[in-house]
Design a protein around this ligand. Structure first.
Ligand code: NAD
Ligand code: MG
Length: 380
């Protein structure tokens, strides 16, 4: 039995993770965390009976009446998250908090040498070099949950790391794949929130519409697989069935295919190296399936270029891009800025920042704060 902790069980990845754990043999839920939706957290406690529960928003938690229990340990706040992430009884941590808020708890799991099933890509964008170094020191294993990186990880098992020529990340192109620059100027929040293939949290859904999600994934792949940025390519694949590919030195391209559903990559990270019967849907080859692939348009989706730039430069750029994007997405959701402003704002703040090649984690945390302040001024 593997004991699993889910950081962010009330989110889209977290809820899929609970289903996987319930339906796959050999996995046992140890603990969960939720931030604001405490009623949902409570219903998860009743349904899945974890040993430990963290309500991470301290203020909300203090006024919420969780039922007292002899067998369930309730904790609160950031310290509760860290306690769950590094708990001696936990084998694998599903890091599924969204954004920079996931940094400290993901870091704690890595520091404690856990196996980390990583959905929280922002932690790698913000502090990829530091996180990978810590994982090496603590002997932690980081397994990708992001579907593209899971696909690359699976394809990589057909060759050796030194035989990789490049990886090709697929991108659905989001809801605005076919809009021209003029049309992109006036898209609404509601349109941006309706993704054609995936049902996800709000932040990553907007990131998919701007293609910032692919930019973050380029940076994520750079650190996760230790690749040179020019070994990473992006191709538009509207059906989201080919989840990504690896091209080896002999020119063979190996791809991983499955319907667009996060249960498979979550399950693979939790059961690795085993493949077990689980709840993920199967491809139906009795129906015609068309698979289109086309190059991305960097003019209409300038976020991609930012991803490559940050992957090349490293240092403090990832922290700045991530913070600026989180703030800009939230401003767009509140209808304070337009859709195209999101990437423009990120570009502005990146240009303004004072670059540091080898920042410490503390420096990255303060540059994240700096970027948030700067972008607030820009938005105002
Ligand atoms: P979501 O918004 O649905 O869920 C976010 C979770 O984080 C919730 O459980 C919430 O309670 C928690 N949270 C939010 N703010 C917090 C804070 N300040 N402190 C502690 N916890 C907090 O998001 P999601 O779509 O499940 O995405 C989660 C992560 O997985 C993101 O990093 C995303 O990029 C990544 N991811 C998601 C998908 C997907 O299909 N949803 C696919 C690939 C990667
Ligand atoms: Mg992805």
């Amino acid at each position: 039995m593997k004991n699993i902790a889910i950081l962010g069980s009330t989110g889209s990845i977290g809820r899929n993770g609970l289903e996987v754990i319930q339906q796959v043999s050999g996995l046992k839920l140890f603990g969960i965390s939720g931030h604001r939706r405490l009623d949902l957290l409570e219903s998860q406690v009743q349904k899945y009976s974890p040993a430990m529960v963290v309500a991470s928003d301290q203020e909300l938690a203090s006024s919420y009446n969780f039922p007292r229990s002899e067998v369930i340990r309730y904790t609160e706040g950031k310290s509760g998250l860290k306690e769950l992430a590094s708990h001696p009884e936990v084998d694998t941590v599903l890091a599924a908090i969204v954004g920079r808020a996931g940094l400290e708890s993901t870091w704690s799991a890595i520091e404690a040498g856990k196996t980390v099933a990583l959905a929280n890509k922002e932690t790698l964008v913000l502090a990829g070099a530091q996180v990978m170094k810590m994982a090496q020191e603590s002997n932690a294993t980081i397994l990708p949950v992001d579907s593209e990186h899971s696909a690359v990880f699976q394809a990589l098992q057909t060759g050796q790391p030194k035989e990789i020529n490049r990886i090709i990340l697929t991108a659905s192109g989001g809801p605005f794949r076919n809009l021209n620059s003029e049309q992109l100027k006036s898209v609404t929040v509601e349109q941006a929130l309706s993704h054609p293939n995936w049902d996800m949290g709000q932040k990553i859904t907007i990131d998919s519409a701007t293609m910032m999600n692919k930019a973050l994934e380029i940076i994520e792949a750079r650190w996760l697989f230790g690749l040179e940025p020019d070994q990473i390519d992006v191709v538009i694949h509207p059906q989201s069935i080919i989840h990504s590919m690896v091209e080896f030195d002999d020119s063979s391209v190996v791809a991983q295919l499955s319907p667009p559903d996060m249960k498979l990559p979550i399950q693979y990270a939790l059961t690795y190296p085993d493949r077990i019967l689980g709840p993920a849907p199967r491809l139906d080859f009795s129906q015609a399936i068309s698979l289109e692939l086309e190059p991305p348009d960097l003019d209409r989706f300038p976020a991609l270029e930012l991803g490559f730039e940050v992957a090349r430069q490293g240092g403090t750029t990832g922290a700045v891009l991530n913070a600026a994007n989180e703030m800009a997405v939230s401003a767009f959701l509140q209808q304070k800025i337009s859709f195209n402003d999101i990437v423009t704002a990120c570009r502005e703040i990146l240009n303004q920042h004072e670059f540091e090649t080898n920042p410490s984690l503390e420096q990255l945390i303060s540059i994240d704060l700096w970027a948030r302040k700067e972008i607030s001024k820009w938005i105002a």
